[in-house]
Design a protein around this ligand. Structure first.
Ligand SMILES: NC(=O)c1ccc[n+]([C@@H]2O[C@H](COP(=O)([O-])OP(=O)(O)OC[C@H]3O[C@@H](n4cnc5c(N)ncnc54)[C@H](OP(=O)(O)O)[C@@H]3O)[C@@H](O)[C@H]2O)c1
Length: 318
């Protein structure tokens, strides 16, 4: 049984709580906020028993065994380490860390304490992620990949008015690559492993973060292109091009539609599954079963993806 407490009270925490409610043996038992009224409001909205404004008091509560962290990126390391030191499992929002030194220190601490640390990369745990991975064999030798996540952010309106939302703040670890680029990047790494080389060509905003950018990735035998943006929107699909055909996906996070078009024939074939749960529920299910069965192999699979992604964004982040 996971007895969870959340950190952060923005929309993503609400989505996480709703997703957790749909998973057996996962119970959101507490809410932490710096602000007691925000904690109470969130707890009341979801009928959650406990609220905390003191992180130490929350971490001292022995009824809780897991913490979900959805705070600005720059706070992840300090909060993750505090939770691990109190032997709580941790589910931390993407990007789990923005530098590889923090990544290694935190995973070593998790191992030392005998608990698990997960990055909430919600697109890599769904049935359609596995459908896509299995479909790669249909397209023959992969020759190029184009994945994108470009969404105009409503917070950009505030930025243009002179405000500095965390996601556009250099000090808070913001920027397009860290916020949205990690979805196509993690999907690329999950499907094809670590690229031999990466280059990032970014459009910098005056706050010192990338508002958008294009990443080029070198793999043996093919090239990858990743586009991300917080200041404009793309309606393109993402694609994997092979010598025998093409796989088209509607979105990188979550993947809802997968279509295969053979070079000979050209008839589109749908390969996607209709998923029953919200994509965040699948990751929670997966984390719970890794904890319960002690599945180190699956744990290491996801840890390696996170490590490679963090090491790339560490090289190219703001
Ligand atoms: N998986 C997804 O689909 C998804 C979607 C959006 C965001 N995210 C990730 O979730 C994380 C949070 O993103 P967000 O856009 O929700 O961030 P945010 O709104 O800037 O902050 C999230 C929460 O962190 C706390 N916080 C804000 N500023 C703080 C500060 N200066 N010091 C301490 N605490 C602070 C606030 O909670 P209190 O005021 O209650 O303490 C706030 O509700 C990021 O890592 C982001 O990448 C993931």
């Amino acid at each position: 049984m996971l007895n969870l407490c959340t950190i952060g009270t923005s929309q993503i925490t609400r989505s996480f709580i709703e997703a957790a409610e749909m998973v057996d043996d996962v119970h959101v038992a507490g809410v932490y906020s710096r602000d007691s009224s925000k904690a109470k409001e969130l707890a009341e909205a979801y009928n959650i028993a406990n609220t905390y404004t003191d992180m130490d008091a929350m971490l001292a509560d022995k009824r809780l065994n897991t913490v979900y962290i959805a705070s600005p990126n720059v706070l992840h390391f300090e909060q993750v380490m505090a939770c691990l030191k109190k032997q709580k499992h941790v589910i931390c929002e993407k990007p789990i860390f923005t530098n590889i030194t923090e990544f290694h220190a935190a995973y070593e601490e998790a191992d030392r304490q005998g608990v698990y640390l997960f990055e909430a990369m919600r697109n890599l745990h769904t049935p359609n992620f596995w459908q896509l991975k299995n479909a790669l064999e249909l397209i023959g030798k992969v020759r190029s990949v184009y994945f994108q996540r470009m969404r105009y952010s409503s917070k950009y309106d505030r930025f243009l008015e002179g405000d500095l939302p965390n996601v556009f703040s250099r000090q808070m670890g913001g920027g397009a690559l860290r916020d949205l680029g990690v979805y196509p990047l993690s999907l690329t790494v999950a499907l094809f492993g670590e690229p031999e080389l990466s280059y990032y060509h970014a459009l910098q905003l005056n706050s010192g973060v990338d508002g958008s950018g294009t990443m080029l990735l070198d793999f043996a035998g093919f090239k990858g292109t990743i586009m991300c943006s917080k200041i404009s929107t793309s309606y393109n699909a993402s694609e994997i091009h092979g010598e025998r055909g093409t796989l088209i996906i509607d979105d990188v996070a979550p993947i809802k539609k997968i279509t295969f078009i053979r070079n000979q024939g050209k008839e589109p074939i749908d390969l996607f599954l209709d998923e029953e749960l919200p994509n965040m529920s699948y990751q929670i299910q997966n984390f719970k079963s890794i904890i319960e069965c002690g599945c180190r192999e699956t744990y290491t699979y996801y840890r390696n993806i996170s490590e490679q992604v963090v090491s790339i964004i560490d090289r190219h982040g703001n």
